[in-house]
Design a protein around this ligand. Structure first.
Ligand SMILES: Nc1ncnc2c1ncn2[C@@H]1O[C@H](COP(=O)(O)OP(=O)(O)O)[C@@H](O)[C@H]1O
Ligand SMILES: [Mg+2]
Length: 449
């Protein structure tokens, strides 16, 4: 039933600051130990390894991943933000670590799970349901998802948060930062403070499942205007059983998108087409975007042929002025108009004093390059496109000089991440989509939206 449970282990999720710090302390010792032993081995072989090479040995990477897994929510959130911005500045090992984190969730032991249920639903928590399965059906970033049946026979997905997550956000994020720096995975001179602050803010919102519940209900309502509304399905919520730490909603049957596309070849193109169209509708029409394009947030129901949309913790609302500048930027990039693009990016606070002229050029170039699918007439073949490689190659021109590096506004980062994630998903499915036609539909309606 789950496709995320392959590598999971049951281990108590540390809920106190102290145990989290203890985890880190042990790691520092071990990294230092490996450094000495691996380093002396290299010395014996007559090599003089650079310190950074030693810090990034496979063994260290694994230990760091292991420790990060205990602070998974904080690590994932920070990782997402760092990797979408400074991606090209970071060693590929960091991507390996983050990838492992995504797959390798820790499961709460039953006793800890019951503590959370009791704290939220009271001592007679099990009276609220007809059935509850202790075995989680899926991992969440800061919790796990269970299945249950209500007394009204409603089939439920119940997202249950690890204890203590919301109390320790600040220290977790700071610890993850120290850990990444200590391991050499994050360059010491890279200023990621704005991203760190954003990660804390975002995580604080995401630990309040009541907030997610409201966003989910509002999103489903707003989406009534979407012209393919019938093609998507958002779970309804079970308010009476939802709290800050427990989000209770309809369990929606579905398979991962890859599986759906394997079953019916036409879905390979149709699913990304709906998702891309949904994105433009969210941004231009609703000014509200679900910003987390993780493929696990989508499933496909082969029976009713609907796309299941999950995970509304990272919904962002954009002010009208922002949408205006951003849509001008996208249109200018699509039309290859660097001057107009520069002006609108300026208005979005994209460039700082520290950006020199050469870097500005690169940023504009990347933006224009990235809109290739929007400008290409007819079907865009994501599967055979080397767009990601080209963007990455251009990004390297910026990363050569961390001093000239500047964190773009978070609002922009989230949108880039979403669009990048959707392009990647389309590439993975080998989709061919007429993005140009979809974009033009929304573009011509921009004034009236
Ligand atoms: N309503 C639901 N129906 C079926 N599966 C669900 C439902 N909600 C969550 N899941 C499963 O749980 C996983 C994690 O849920 P999600 O809301 O994405 O958590 P997170 O916000 O931590 O990413 C999903 O990828 C999906 O597999
Ligand atoms: Mg998710």
């Amino acid at each position: 039933m789950t496709d995320t449970g392959k590598t999971r282990r049951a281990a108590k999720v540390p809920s106190s600051r102290l145990s989290r710090l203890a985890n880190l302390g042990g790691l520092a010792g071990r990294v230092a130990g490996n450094l000495i032993s691996d380093g002396s081995r290299e010395w014996m072989r007559g090599n003089r390894p650079a310190l950074s090479d030693l810090l990034l040995t496979q063994r260290n990477v694994e230990q760091v991943a292991d420790r990060l897994a205990r602070m998974r929510g904080a690590a994932m959130k920070l990782g997402q933000l760092i990797s979408m911005d400074a991606g090209t500045l970071l060693p590929p090992e960091l991507a390996t670590v983050l990838e492992r984190l995504r797959q390798d969730a820790v499961i709460m032991p039953a006793a800890q799970l019951v503590d959370v249920l009791e704290a939220n639903w009271g001592h007679e928590w099990n009276r609220h349901l007809k059935q509850f399965s202790f075995e989680p059906i899926a991992a969440a970033s800061i919790g796990q998802v269970h299945r249950g049946i209500s007394h009204q026979d409603r089939d439920l997905a119940i997202k249950i948060q690890y204890p203590g997550v919301s109390r320790s956000i600040d220290s977790d994020i700071d610890n993850v930062c120290s850990l990444l720096r200590m391991s050499g995975l994050l360059p010491r001179d890279l200023d990621i403070q704005p991203l760190v602050d954003e990660a804390k803010h975002q995580l604080r919102l995401e630990t309040d499942y009541q907030h997610e519940m409201k966003e989910m209900v509002a999103f489903a309502q707003a989406l009534e205007v979407f012209r393919h509304r019938d093609a998507v399905h958002i779970p309804g919520v079970e308010r009476a059983l939802s709290t800050r730490q427990i989000l209770c909603m309809d369990y929606l049957e579905g398979v991962p998108l890859q599986n759906a596309a394997q079953r019916h070849a036409s879905l390979r193109d149709e699913i990304p087409a709906v998702l891309l169209e949904l994105f433009f509708c969210e941004l231009f029409q609703l000014h509200t975007v679900q910003t987390d394009p993780n493929p696990a947030n989508y499933r496909y129901n082969l029976d009713d042929e609907r796309l299941v949309l999950l995970d509304f913790g990272a919904v962002r609302h954009f002010p009208p002025a922002f949408v205006e500048h951003y849509s001008t930027a996208i249109c200018a990039a699509t039309d290859r108009q660097p001057q107009v693009l520069a002006q609108s990016l300026e208005a979005l606070g994209f460039f700082s004093q520290r950006h020199d002229a050469a870097n500005r050029e690169v940023v504009l170039d990347i933006f224009i390059e990235a809109t290739e699918p929007l400008r290409t007439p007819g079907l865009y073949d994501f599967g055979n496109s080397d767009l990601a490689r080209r963007i990455h190659a251009r990004g390297k021109a910026i990363s050569a000089d961390p001093n000239a590096w500047h964190t773009p506004p978070a609002d922009v980062l989230f949108l880039h991440r979403k669009m990048g994630g959707l392009f990647m998903l389309a590439a993975q499915l080998g989709a061919q989509v007429d993005v140009n036609a979809i974009f033009n539909h929304y573009r011509t309606h921009l004034d009236s939206l």
